[in-house]
Design a protein around this ligand. Structure first.
Ligand code: SF4
Length: 347
């Protein structure tokens, strides 16, 4: 298989490729439109292309291989999780979540993850490899096709699945560029959210891009001692450095940062933890999402009870911090990060 696939290319790169092969410029627009607007999953479906060009493309720029091998849907039908097999046999997960007016896709950026968060199924299984930009875009296109059949379309893409996006920075940003292209899927920059555990050089680079793409930080704790235990990467990039990088992002983009806090019973959910969090975040242009942890088999952490989550939220809100409680939707379909893949590995 060729190393590059069609989904790894920007529209400009596709134009260059076609020019080098003597094809007219308008073919790039036809192909781009076929893949990202008509949502074709093969060259044969782009019937406007001459046979010879199709044959060339199939060899030189094949479609990214992403085969759905397991699908789970929540009982209320609002969350759909798919396990995909890649060309080398590795597997990744992506999730489609329906909200009132939004259809959000949560994509993976790596096979496995090297960060090793104490509560995470993906971290438990270790790191295998980075995904390509094409493999990231292909997850979005899979769900775009499903939605299209129902006359609906994607409204948001969040980089919150398996993997740490800023440890695969170039592929992540390239996939955003491809999906943001107005001649294709055309999702506005503000429709993307990249979520990191706090890889400071990645945040700084992201801030310098000058894009309107949203930044989310999986924070989980306001003090380094506790955070070192939950997110081992914190030893390398402690909270003060993460906050400094977030301030740069805010100054450059004028966008608020979202802080994600997975609340774990008896670990980080006490009122004192909430007070410390409020102190850390006061005065920052930000939003907090509180998410009761998804339980992972084999990991001894449990979600915080509802009253604890609400109390935590009240303390933050009283300090003037906009806070949303996200109920762990999709838990029954193993929609927690890496849980479906882990199940497939042990079967
Ligand atoms: S929570 Fe995210 S960053 Fe942490 S180990 Fe899991 S996939 Fe990696």
């Amino acid at each position: 298989m060729s190393e590059r696939t069609i989904l790894d290319l920007t529209r400009e790169e596709l134009s260059d490729f076609l020019r080098e092969h003597g094809a007219p410029r308008f073919r790039a627009d036809q192909i781009w439109h076929g893949i990202y607007r008509e949502l074709a999953s093969s060259y044969d479906a782009i019937t406007t292309l001459p046979k010879r060009l199709r044959a060339l493309l199939q060899v030189e720029l094949p479609f990214t291989v992403l085969v759905p091998v397991d699908v789970q849907e929540s009982r209320d039908g609002r969350t759909r999780k798919v396990l995909f097999r890649l060309h080398d046999g590795e597997t990744i997960e992506a999730v489609l979540m329906h909200y009132e007016k939004r259809h959000t896709i949560c994509v993976s950026t790596q096979v496995g993850c090297a960060v090793g968060c104490a509560f995470c199924a993906t971290g438990k299984a270790g790191f295998v490899r980075d995904l390509t930009a094409g493999e990231i875009a292909a997850q979005v296109l899979h769900f775009a096709r499903e939605l299209d059949e129902r006359g609906e379309h994607i409204t948001n893409v969040v980089y919150m699945g398996m993997g740490e996006p800023f440890l695969n920075y170039d592929a992540v940003m390239r996939s955003i560029l491809i999906l943001n292209d107005p001649a294709g899927v055309g999702l506005g920059a503000r429709r993307f959210t990249v979520s990191t555990v706090g890889i400071v050089p990645g945040i700084e680079r992201f801030a310098a891009e000058g894009l309107q793409v949203n930044l989310a930080i999986s924070l989980h704790a306001a003090d380094d001692e506790l955070r070192n235990r939950l997110v081992p990467m914190n030893r390398r990039y402690p909270i003060a450095e993460i906050m400094r990088a977030c301030r740069t992002y805010i100054a450059n983009t004028n966008r608020r940062v979202t802080f994600e806090i997975a609340l774990i019973a008896g670990v980080n959910d006490a009122p004192d933890h909430a007070v410390a969090m409020a102190k850390l975040l006061t005065g920052l242009l930000c939003h907090v999402n509180l998410i009761p942890l998804n339980s992972v088999p084999g990991i001894p952490f449990r979600p915080s009870p509802r009253d604890r989550v609400e109390e935590f939220a009240e303390i933050l809100q009283a300090a003037g911090i906009t806070t949303t409680v996200r109920l762990g939707r999709g838990i029954e379909i193993q929609a927690g990060c890496g849980q479906l893949r882990e199940r497939s590995l042990v079967q």
